[in-house]
Design a protein around this ligand. Sequence first.
Ligand code: SF4
Length: 289
Amino acid sequence: MKITNDPIQRVYTYLLEKAAKRAERFTATPPLRFRPSEIGGCKREIFYRLSGKKPRAVSGETQLLFMDGEVHHNVIRQLMREAGVTLGDLVFGPEGEIEETGGTLRVLTHTLGEKTYDVQLSGRSDGSVDVGEGAAAMPLLEIKTVGRFKFYEFERAYLKGGEKSVLKLLRDDVKKKAGAKPHPEHANRRIWYQFQATLLLVDQPYICVQFKNRDKCELGLLGEDGLRHSVLIAADPDVQQDVLARCAVVLRALETGVAPMAEFMDGSMSCKMCNFYQYCWGATKKEGA
Ligand code: SF4
C-alpha cells in the first residue's frame, strides 16, 4: 500500500497558503511600536522590521512552533483555572478560547544625546495570577515555553540556589555577553529583557514566570523540596532603562537610515530564525554591502 494523498503534506500546503495570504497583507509602513519579545534580541532585526522590509516567507515548521507555543499557553491557563488558581486580565470563552485584556500600548520617552524619543511599547500580557499574600499578591503571569536544554539550565540553577540562582543566570548572561562584537547567542538576555519590557508595558512591579519544557512537558522548576515552582521576578529599573535605550537606538537608526550593529554571529540560531537575514549577512556576503 502506498499513501497517495499524504495528510501531513496537505497540512503543510495549507500552512504555506496561509503564510502567502498573510504576505499579501504585508504593509511597508508598520507602526513604530516595539514588542517586548524582540527587544533583547537584535536591534538590527527590529530596524529592518520597522523600516518596512519584507520578511522572508514563514516556513510550515516555524508556524507550527508558534502554534505549539499558543497551545501550551492556553492549556496551562485552562488547567490553572480548573485547579482553582485565581487569574486576572483574561476572559475565558465557552469554546476554550482565551482573550487577554492586559497591556496593549504604553508610550515612554528616552533621551539619546540631544534628542528625546517617544518609545511605544505594545503587546499583551499572559494575564495576572494570585500568588498569595503580600506586595506581589497578583503579579503578571508569564508562561515561558523553552526547549529542554534551556529548561534544564534553569532547573539546575533552581536546584542549586532557588529563585536567586535563576535570576543570576538571567542577569549574568547580559553582563557576560555585553560587548561590541556579534555574539553566538543571547537566549537569556532575550528572556530577561522580555520580562522587564512586559513589566514596563503594563506598569507592574512583579511577574510570575511558569517555565514550561516544550519537549518533555514539565511545568515549573523542580526544587530541592521535590516540588515544582514558579519564579517571581521584580522590575529592574536599570534593565528597563536599557530596554528604552535599545528602542531609542533603533528609532535614531530609522532617522539616519543606517542599520544598527548586527548583534549575532552568522550561523547563530537567531540569524537562522531571523526574518530579515537576506538583508543582513546575505547582503553583506553576496553583494558586499
Ligand atoms: S541576521 Fe542576525 S545579525 Fe542580522 S538582523 Fe538578523 S538576527 Fe540580527
